[in-house]
Design a protein around this ligand. Structure first.
Ligand SMILES: [Zn+2]
Length: 317
């Protein structure tokens, strides 16, 4: 039986707009990603499934590209016998493990304090995980890692591509040069390398921007004619767009380096400078972006970091 791939476009309440989920219909019916948990999302999903001649009970398994609410939320509306497959790092997020979120709060409080974020921003800290109400409370049935194949999807191979999320995977179809990419590479916007608390509390945080760049660079080594993305249209100029994203990121880092040549600054100072209009509302996103760029400059040996009450960055002479 020849395998068919279908794209379904579902609404989300987030700034990113619609999310794409995919049905791969072959020996099994696999759903890749599962929209946000809203009535509108679910109705759009059921309606588009029906247009394919499918209903919810035809779906054998759901594969998650990563744990963000817009990719997992609808799982809550699925029957419990559907298989849920993804990287093991999805688990504390999709099950909303209370002990993990206690740690999450501590982690961000400490991270932001060291980054020089004003105490008056405690309020925004509490808002960081407000989007979880659109997520789900489910568990993985089984986990996958780099190189794995998934039953019912045997032409596709799992690539671990962390950065945007620590749980991020993509599915690569070597023969047809296709990639189901989640939020790894989007056509119209660059993907945020979000900072996350490490699942193992004794480990340092992952440097998500550096990871993300490495994940993007992996795409340069693979023949890929089309990326089916988590948002927006398909990407067909894959290598060109990867180069463009990497160049833009480097340009942004160099802008920060210029600021640091004038005076030493904390990450929060830089964040306010870069994102004056949105940093308050989008503290998590903008601080992740800023700290990511500083990780990049640190890795290149461009900056020095002084440890005091806060981390203070300066351009290396
Ligand atoms: Zn995402």
């Amino acid at each position: 039986m020849k395998e068919q791939l279908y794209k379904l476009v579902l609404p989300t309440p987030f700034a990113v707009g619609d999310v794409n989920v995919y049905i791969v219909k072959g020996q099994s019916v696999t759903l890749i990603d599962a929209g946000v948990k809203t009535k509108e999302g679910w109705e759009a999903f059921i309606r588009q499934l029906a247009q394919l001649g499918l209903s919810i009970t035809d779906i054998d398994q759901v594969v998650l590209t990563h744990h963000h609410p817009d990719h997992v939320g609808l799982l809550d509306f699925f029957d419990h016998n559907v298989r849920v497959i993804g990287h093991e790092k999805n688990e504390p997020w999709i099950s909303q493990d209370p002990s993990f979120f206690t740690w999450y709060d501590q982690f961000f409080e400490k991270l932001f304090e060291r980054a020089g974020v004003d105490k008056s921003f405690q309020f925004y800290l509490r808002k960081l995980r407000a989007s979880l109400k659109y997520s789900c409370k489910r568990s993985l049935t089984s986990s996958v890692k780099e190189g794995d194949k998934i039953d019912g999807l045997t032409d596709w191979r799992v690539l671990e591509v962390p950065g945007h999320a620590q749980s991020h995977i993509a599915l690569y179809h070597e023969n047809n040069e296709l990639l189901i990419g989640g939020d790894l590479l989007l056509h119209h916007i660059s993907s945020n390398p979000l900072i996350e608390p490490p699942i193992n509390q004794n480990e340092p945080r992952a440097k998500s921007l550096l990871q993300y760049n490495n994940s993007l660079k992996r795409l340069l080594e693979l023949p890929i004619s089309c990326v089916y993305a988590g948002h927006g249209q398909e990407v067909t100029n894959v290598h060109e767009l990867v180069e463009e994203r990497l160049t833009k990121q480097r340009d942004r880092a160099m802008k920060i380096l210029q600021l640091l040549k004038h005076q030493p600054l904390t990450a929060f100072d830089i964040c306010k400078e870069l994102f004056p209009a949105v940093y308050e509302k989008e503290l998590g996103l903008t601080m992740s972006e800023t700290i990511g760029q500083l990780d990049f400059l640190e890795e290149r040996g461009e900056i020095d970091i002084e440890e005091g009450n806060h981390l203070v960055y300066s351009a290396r002479a």
